[in-house]
Design a protein around this ligand. Structure first.
Ligand SMILES: NC(=O)c1ccc[n+]([C@@H]2O[C@H](COP(=O)([O-])OP(=O)(O)OC[C@H]3O[C@@H](n4cnc5c(N)ncnc54)[C@H](OP(=O)(O)O)[C@@H]3O)[C@@H](O)[C@H]2O)c1
Length: 245
């Protein structure tokens, strides 16, 4: 279904990006993945068959190096999955430091923005851009102000990009997962037991009584990149087991 398609996935060495690399490759695409952790990027490359590239998406020099690598190794892209992201530390607004604010915003918003911005010239007409947002973009839970704001900002640029790129038939859509079992929470500094408890508590609040899997999100990404989604742009897809009902 995605034969001869060239795809770039930011943050493809674990979680949703990793599962999506597997899914797109299974459907015939050629995929490059990024991530900051060299060993994890290389291991994911071996396991999935994706081309590896170590890059910090918060660093525009890295994004420019990535551009050159994609141009040399893949040529023009048909699929751009902007997925790299972090949750940051949980803290009330009055305690958030400038450093933790900048870290989350630089990866989730500025990094995503300039990945999109820099790669637009390398997108084929008719390409599909998928932006990994979150249901938190429309939520206002305590202790997560910066993460929530970063995803709300991301949704805003995704919609503007959908309007700007429509003349080239490039579609831009957002996927907003609810709680999905990946490494995202443990990377924010929570210990494994706390992460397990948090996911279990979240599962209990979800109408379908479970958390999501990276593979389920990956299948939605693949759908949005294929011909059946050719008339869909500027749309947000919530995949949360009914959590936001
Ligand atoms: N899991 C959930 O419940 C959930 C729900 C809604 C939305 N999301 C969003 O889903 C996306 C993927 O997260 P995940 O849940 O799959 O977590 P994950 O397993 O931690 O994966 C995140 C990926 O992004 C990469 N990454 C993070 N910062 C990066 C940077 N500055 N430069 C390049 N790569 C970077 C990570 O690689 P390195 O660690 O090597 O940098 C990793 O490959 C994120 O945008 C997250 O906000 C997750």
């Amino acid at each position: 279904m995605l034969q001869h398609k060239k795809a770039l996935i930011t943050g493809g060495n674990s979680g949703i990006g990793y599962a999506t690399a597997k899914e797109l490759i299974a459907l015939g695409a050629t995929v490059m993945i990024t991530g900051r952790r060299k060993t994890a990027v290389e291991q994911a490359s071996v396991e999935t068959g994706a081309l590896p590239f170590v890059a910090d998406q918060a660093n525009l020099d890295d994004t420019d190096r990535l551009y050159q690598a994609v141009e040399q190794q893949l040529g023009k892209l048909d699929i751009l999955f902007i997925n790299a992201g972090i949750t940051g530390m949980r803290a009330p607004i009055e305690s958030v430091t400038e450093a933790s604010f900048d870290q989350v915003m630089n990866i989730n918003f500025k990094g995503a923005y300039f990945t999109l911005s820099r790669f637009i010239p390398l997108l084929n007409d008719g390409a599909s851009v998928v932006i990994l947002s979150s249901i938190v973009a429309a939520m206002h839970q305590p202790l997560s102000s910066v993460y929530q704001a970063s995803k709300a900002a991301l949704n805003s640029i995704a919609r503007t990009a959908a309007a700007e790129l429509a003349p080239r038939k490039i579609r831009v859509n957002m996927i907003s997962p609810g709680p999905t079992r990946t490494e995202v929470l443990s990377k924010s500094g929570e210990d494994p037991q706390t992460v397990q408890t948090m996911f279990n508590q979240l599962a209990a609040t979800i109408p379908l009584k479970r958390t999501g899997t990276p593979e389920e999100v990956a299948k939605l990404v693949a759908y949005l990149c294929g011909t059946p989604a050719a008339f869909i742009t500027g749309s947000e897809f919530i995949i949360d087991g009914g959590m936001t009902l």
